[in-house]
Ligand binder design. Structure first.
Ligand SMILES: O=C(O)CCC(=O)C(=O)O
Length: 350
């Protein structure tokens, strides 16, 4: 599938009328599998984040000052890989996720503080990026018992030609569309034929808009038919009440257990058994069979009753120490903050 049917793809419903009613927002997120909110993210913050990300791409000589990809740029962007360390070093998704205005938004959406997981991505779909439709997926099969809400945040205006994100609305709870392969493992992607073209929904987005979706919502980044980069960030936030993973550095491993030095709750030891999913740094390859490979590594672990369900790597760092209270208050769509510097806020993960 190319970009030809994006214009006629069904539109996401906007949920702004539910703002101010956290129960209704929660019900809609569960029922629709997503929330689409217009103009709720601080646009000054997003403009600064865009400046940072574009500056990094300009430093790689692939982007012009008027936001165009240079003629031989698409191939060069592809060669940067999906997770360029230099882009990650800007720490700009964490800056957005921990920004005071975002923390205020978590309170408005969830009725309490959000906890930002150390799992975030910079998306930079380049013109002509191939095989976008072969990357349809749900997050749940990768996250195994780790629940969260994905915050998908456009940094640039996104129309049908630039593509953006499409998803399949619906509760989908606990229903995996990922086929099981012959060797018993779960396929990393969902075959496109699993859905009809009219099942897919998308929306034109502006900086300040926000797309939230749950771990069972099938989604896919769309192809880009322009001469610009589609820039967005996505990060994962846990509303109050969701079970937190254990996050820290592995300090001890033996046959039956793993000990993780956390930032807020000391060293936690959990048992490993034959059912523990041990994930390697990149998905799609062979999983590590020897848990001793995690020694000295920062990990995210999901445990139940002291038993490790999954050990995985974070994607970037977010402080786990909880300091300070988020400012309560109601954000109005279109709010602009007075924050104009690029300094990271103090250590705050609520
Ligand atoms: O933005 C994209 O292209 C894909 C995003 C995605 O897969 C995610 O947020 O989980």
């Amino acid at each position: 599938m190319g970009t030809e049917f994006h214009d006629t793809m069904r539109s996401l419903d906007c949920h702004n009328q539910l703002l101010g009613d956290t129960s209704a927002l929660d019900r809609a997120l569960k029922h629709d599998g997503y929330l689409f909110l217009r103009g709720v993210v601080d646009t000054t913050m997003i403009a600064q984040a865009r400046q940072v990300v574009e500056a990094w791409f300009r430093s790689q000589s692939v982007l012009t000052t008027d936001h165009r990809v240079v003629p031989d740029g698409p191939d060069r962007v592809e060669r940067l890989g999906l997770h360029p360390p230099g882009l990650s070093d800007t720490q700009i998704w964490q800056w957005i996720a921990l920004h005071p205005t975002m923390r205020q938004l978590y309170v408005q959406l969830f009725g309490g503080p959000g906890y930002v997981l150390p799992i975030g991505e910079y998306q930079f779909t380049w013109p002509g990026k191939a095989d976008c439709w072969s990357r349809i997926h749900q997050d749940a099969p990768f996250s195994v018992n780790l629940d969260y809400v994905t915050f998908w945040v456009p940094l640039v205006p996104i129309d049908a030609r630039l593509g953006g994100l499409a998803l399949i609305p619906g509760p989908h709870d606990a229903k995996s569309f990922h086929p099981t392969l012959d060797d018993g493992t779960i396929a990393p992607f969902i075959p496109p034929k699993s859905f009809n073209s009219e099942d897919w929904h998308r929306a034109d987005l502006l900086p300040g808009d926000l797309l939230l979706f749950g771990v069972w919502t099938p989604h896919c980044g769309l192809p880009n038919d322009t001469d610009r980069l589609r820039l967005s960030v996505d990060f994962r936030v846990q509303p109050p009440g969701m079970q937190r993973p254990i996050i820290g550095v592995v300090v001890e491993v033996d046959e039956g257990s793993i000990s993780i030095a956390t930032e807020g709750s000391g060293v936690r030891t959990i048992t490993l058994d034959g059912l523990t999913v041990l994930r390697q740094r990149t998905y799609g390859g062979p999983e590590p069979v020897d848990p001793r490979g995690y020694l000295g590594q920062r990990v995210v672990a999901v445990a139940e009753h002291g038993r490790a369900i999954v050990i995985r790597y974070p994607r970037d760092y977010v402080p786990g120490i909880q300091v300070g209270e988020p400012q309560a208050g109601v954000l109005q769509p279109g709010i602009q903050s007075q924050v104009s510097d690029l300094a990271l806020p103090p250590v705050v993960n609520q």
